[in-house]
Design a protein around this ligand. Structure first.
Ligand SMILES: *[C@@H]1O[C@H](CO)[C@@H](O)[C@H](O)[C@H]1NC(C)=O
Ligand SMILES: *[C@@H]1O[C@H](CO)[C@@H](O)[C@H](O)[C@H]1NC(C)=O
Ligand SMILES: *[C@@H]1O[C@H](CO)[C@@H](O)[C@H](O)[C@H]1NC(C)=O
Ligand SMILES: *[C@@H]1O[C@H](CO)[C@@H](O)[C@H](O)[C@H]1NC(C)=O
Ligand SMILES: *[C@@H]1O[C@H](CO)[C@@H](O)[C@H](O)[C@H]1NC(C)=O
Ligand SMILES: *[C@@H]1O[C@H](CO)[C@@H](O)[C@H](O)[C@H]1NC(C)=O
Ligand SMILES: *[C@@H]1O[C@H](CO)[C@@H](O)[C@H](O)[C@H]1NC(C)=O
Length: 549
């Protein structure tokens, strides 16, 4: 009600202003481009070659010395081809003066076209280092052109992150407050903009202790809107004994989530690690396993149809091959096809570890992941599957994360055009756990291709021993403080603004849900309270909000 008992109906006119002109970099912007396509001609060197601006051509015999500075981050790229063959793995390698070898990037190269090799390195020590290329097939010569090595300071690296956050997670919004008929502006109204929920999914794993612990429930629901059940949906949890399915626990967890509007990534339909099958499945073969797996698929995917935002359909099928070994090499592809038949809307993920965390793991390197997932999605019938790339990000250990390598990996994964999620982010206990966790979360949140982050951590009471976010008394650990600080930072602060004479006011806001309170000039109580969703969906450049009385 207005101040004279008269019912006002206000309208808010909202325009998303064009962004991109706003903030500047500290130094050189980062080049996020990447491709796994083999091209007829190599693209120009990124950064004009950076440290390697001499535009020389390399072979696998070329050695180049560079001085690397500890604390700086190095983005590396090149275009490679082999003198013969196809599908040949080529590594870019750095040997430090102490003799350590670091694989800083990898490409799958062929003869007749150029493949991009993209990578990076965050050195632990300063000094001279030797860069070279190695072919996994020693009989194939490697030709390399347009090599680039660009150095960034940590401060510059952060400025890239902050720039992307401004650009893709936020928007500058102009509101106009007009009268009930939408004709006359209402000048000088005060508005209070309060974000209720950010739209970026930054969530946390959850386990069955949530059902028995009220403090855990409160701890979770007061922070997160997205989750993954760490074990409760796995086959070994739902069918411990053959033929005796029991969904009591995940069903109850699902009810808790629904009550609190917490979205769930389903995890997982199958796990390709032979050790992680229900005991009774381990020795099944042939038709028996095929039928049993089909029953599992039908059971769990049908049960949660419409309830989940994602399924990890096959977990860790790069490192392991339990089902492929027994059912044929198309097993994963068939599982994806079947899951899609049962639930048409849920996004289907491959989910792997060491995909961005570890430059030493050849198996789960981005180019291998993308090649494998590309095959699965090209399998007859799978072409229209809504797919997603699941990067567990759980094996950083307790050492300093290599952010340069991580970002180059995200660039490559992003080149497939599918949503990327960091699905199980964790850092081991150690003196720098909080600091390293923050670095990893920031790198994910600020990458243009990343659409969601789930951590695998939680309170000590629930058994989270590695990434413990709260102690037995539910006081934050250092890592818990980091998480709470980032939850706060990635949400708009309560913003007070005053409309001008024309009814306009502007604010820079994170995407998500808002409550907006409008008080007309001179009124001493709120005239209107509006719910508003700021979304990045295209075509929503002008939104009219009807304001209640
Ligand atoms: C590198 O090789 C390309 C042909 O692939 C050639 O055009 C170019 O001149 C070479 N560059 C140098 C510096 O030798
Ligand atoms: C809105 O329009 C109606 C009729 O078109 C008019 O009677 C009324 O006075 C207008 N209200 C305002 C606040 O301008
Ligand atoms: C199913 O699981 C729940 C929770 O663990 C347990 O309480 C219940 O006894 C189980 N039901 C059967 C039939 O085993
Ligand atoms: C959940 O979302 C619905 C619809 O957006 C909303 O009406 C309801 O208030 C929300 N509940 C909670 C507990 O946030
Ligand atoms: C599975 O097979 C192994 C040998 O291949 C055997 O030792 C084990 O007892 C079998 N387990 C079951 C549950 O049948
Ligand atoms: C796998 O699928 C492909 C494509 O349909 C087919 O050509 C191939 O024969 C299949 N392989 C096996 C082992 O089933
Ligand atoms: C840096 O040191 C950590 C251990 O703290 C190690 O895990 C990592 O591989 C090292 N990285 C490089 C690039 O040397």
């Amino acid at each position: 009600m207005g101040e004279n008992g008269e019912a006002y109906l206000l309208m808010l006119l909202c325009l998303l202003l064009h962004s991109g002109h706003c903030n500047s970099f500290d130094g050189i912007p980062y080049d996020y481009s990447a491709t796994i396509k083999c091209m007829a001609v190599p693209a120009r060197p990124l950064y004009g070659g950076g440290i390697f601006s001499n535009s020389m051509n390399w072979t696998s015999r070329t050695r180049q010395n560079v001085h690397l500075e500890e604390g700086n981050l190095y983005a590396f790229s090149a275009w490679v081809q082999t003198s013969k063959g196809s599908g040949i793995v080529v590594d870019a390698v750095v040997r430090t003066s102490s003799g350590e070898l670091h694989n800083i990037g990898k490409a799958i190269a062929s003869n007749g076209c150029w493949s991009m090799l993209k990578g990076g390195l965050s050195p632990n020590s300063s000094g001279l280092a030797e860069v070279s290329f190695q072919s996994k097939d020693p009989t194939a010569e490697v030709w390399v052109e347009n090599v680039a090595l660009q150095q960034f300071t940590m401060k510059q690296w952060r400025s890239h992150q902050d720039h992307i956050i401004e650009k893709i997670r936020k928007s500058k919004v102009r509101f106009r407050i007009v009268d009930r008929n939408g004709s006359a502006p209402v000048p000088k109204a005060s508005i209070t903009i309060k974000q209720t929920t950010p739209s970026f999914p930054f969530g946390c794993g959850m386990n069955l202790h949530i059902l028995s612990s009220k403090p855990y429930r409160h701890w979770f629901a007061s922070r997160f809107k997205h989750t993954t059940f760490t074990n409760a949906m796995k086959w070994y949890s739902t069918e411990l004994v053959q033929g005796q399915e029991n969904y009591t626990t995940p069903d109850a967890m699902l009810r808790f989530c629904k009550k609190h509007n917490i979205s769930i990534r389903g995890h997982n339909v199958f796990w390709d690690n032979p050790k992680c099958q229900p005991q009774w499945v381990k020795n099944l073969t042939g038709e028996e396993l095929r039928e049993t797996a089909a029953e599992r698929m039908n059971s769990v995917v049908s049960r949660y149809r419409g309830e989940l935002i994602a399924w990890d359909v096959v977990n860790e099928n790069l490192h392991f091959s339990f089902f492929e070994d027994r059912l044929g090499k198309n097993a994963s592809a068939e599982f994806f096809g079947r899951a899609h038949e049962i639930d048409r809307n849920v996004r289907l993920f491959m989910n792997e570890y060491n995909t961005v965390e570890n430059n030493g793991d050849d198996t789960a390197h981005p180019v291998n992941y993308l090649r494998r997932f590309g095959e699965i999605l090209a399998y007859p019938g799978n072409e229209r599957i809504p797919a997603g790339i699941g990067l567990q990000s759980s094996s950083f250990g307790h050492g300093k994360p290599d952010l340069a390598y991580m970002r180059s990996g995200l660039d490559l994964y992003g080149s497939m055009g599918l949503p990327l999620w960091l699905t199980e982010v964790s850092v081991d206990q150690g003196p720098h756990q909080g600091e390293y966790l923050e670095q990893i979360l920031r790198e994910g949140y600020s990458h243009p291709a990343v659409e969601g982050i789930i951590m695998f951590g939680g309170p000590e009471e629930a058994g989270y021993k590695e990434l413990t976010l709260a102690d037995y008394e539910f006081s934050n650990t250092e890592a818990g403080d980091v998480v709470d600080r980032l939850l706060g930072e990635w949400k708009s602060p309560i913003t007070e603004a005053e409309a001008d004479e024309e009814g306009f006011c502007e604010a820079s806001l994170f995407y998500g849900d808002y409550d907006i309170a409008v008080r007309k000039a001179g009124a001493n109580s709120v005239t209107s309270l509006i719910s508003y969703k700021l979304s990045s969906a295209p075509g929503e450049t002008a939104v009219h909000l009807r304001v209640g009385d």
